[in-house]
Design a protein around this ligand. Structure first.
Ligand code: GDP
Length: 321
């Protein structure tokens, strides 16, 4: 049973492309297992190769269909592809979400495709903490491309997607139009836009609106900036997917030439370290609230201590441990 394997054995097997070992390691991430320290240590020498592509957009816009079409496109290039569907609000995981997503079924049986949905089960630190850890697993397991698909489009998803090497934002006619995207802060994080459901009325209007919103946004930016392409797709029949792949590749080339690629990777590492540290502090804080915090609260209530001093004392007592 994979369950009984030691961490080094699991990592070895994941590197030998055994899907069950990969799945087990991601479960350890989801469960915030105490063994994760050891996992991270064992994975790190093997990481840094995978290209991470994030996809976000309102529910129903076609993210899952597009992801599946992208998997086929990258497989046709001979790349190994991992997919992480992240859902911050769902308590379900381990494939429950994707289980009924029949369209991913076309990749079942392909050893070079690994698809996994991941929920954070309400753990401290949430998605910001868990996603980079799961990415490390897929990266070390030798996947060339990792597609991170969000289920919704809230702030925590945006935080995750902007850490990808390339952030793809999907819109569809009559759904999330350009103005709505601007409001949600999506325009800033997108490296590539896809207007999906281009077979529907209003696709050209959505493209026009979006291009207008992009040009307004660009005026505020100084220096050389990437011109976010707007690609029309009909994901359900894989139309326009090659253009999307091209847009992603062009962004990659631009990002490498302009230092953006390295900057993004550094930002990801920063976010990773920070979220682990914050999580650690919070959990230590949780363990000690009953004693130290009660005593400090009493001192504040009685007027013996001001709340800022009390907070300093509390932090010091956590850090000293
Ligand atoms: P998600 O919620 O963003 O992951 O969206 P899905 O990928 O589940 O797609 C939602 C629905 O839209 C499904 O019924 C898809 O078959 C359909 N769909 C996806 N892409 C297209 C498209 O390009 N054109 C049309 N007409 N329907 C599409």
């Amino acid at each position: 049973m994979v369950r009984d394997l030691s961490v080094p054995e699991l990592v070895d097997r994941a590197r030998q492309r055994q899907p069950r070992a990969v799945a087990r390691l991601i479960s350890l991430v989801e469960d915030a297992s105490p063994r994760l320290r050891e996992v991270a240590e064992a994975l790190t020498p093997h990481t840094g190769r995978a290209r991470v592509i994030g996809l976000t957009g309102a529910p129903g816009v076609g993210k899952s269909t597009t992801t599946s079409a992208l998997v086929s496109a990258y497989r046709a290039q001979g790349q190994r592809v991992g997919v992480l569907a992240v859902d911050p609000s769902s308590p379900f995981s381990g494939g429950a979400l994707l289980g009924d997503r029949v369209r991913m079924g076309e990749h079942a049986g392909d050893q070079d495709v690994f698809i996994r949905s991941m929920a954070t089960r309400g753990h401290l630190g949430g998605l910001a903490w868990a996603t980079p850890q799961a990415l490390r697993v897929l990266d070390a397991a030798g996947f060339d491309v990792v597609l991170v698909e969000t289920v919704g489009v809230g702030q925590s998803e945006v935080d995750v997607i902007k850490l990808a090497d390339c952030a793809v934002v999907l819109l569809a006619p009559g759904m999330g139009d350009g103005i709505q995207a601007a409001k949600a802060g999506i325009l800033e994080i997108a490296d590539v836009f896809a207007v999906n459901k281009a077979d529907r009325d209003g696709a050209d209007a959505t493209v026009r609106e979006l291009k207008h919103a992009i040009s307004l946004g660009r005026r505020e930016i100084r220096g050389p900036s990437w011109r976010q392409p707007v690609v029309k797709t009909i994901a359900s029949v894989a139309e326009g997917i090659d253009d999307l792949v091209t847009g992603i590749a062009e962004h990659r080339a631009w990002a490498e030439d302009h230092g953006e690629f390295a900057a993004r990777r550094l930002a990801r590492a920063r976010a990773e370290v920070e979220s682990i540290a914050v999580r650690e502090v919070r959990s230590r804080f949780g363990e000690m609230r009953s004693d130290v915090l009660d005593r400090l609260a009493e001192a504040v209530r009685s007027g013996a201590l001001d709340p800022y001093r009390a907070a300093d004392d509390l932090i010091a007592s956590i850090v000293d441990r």
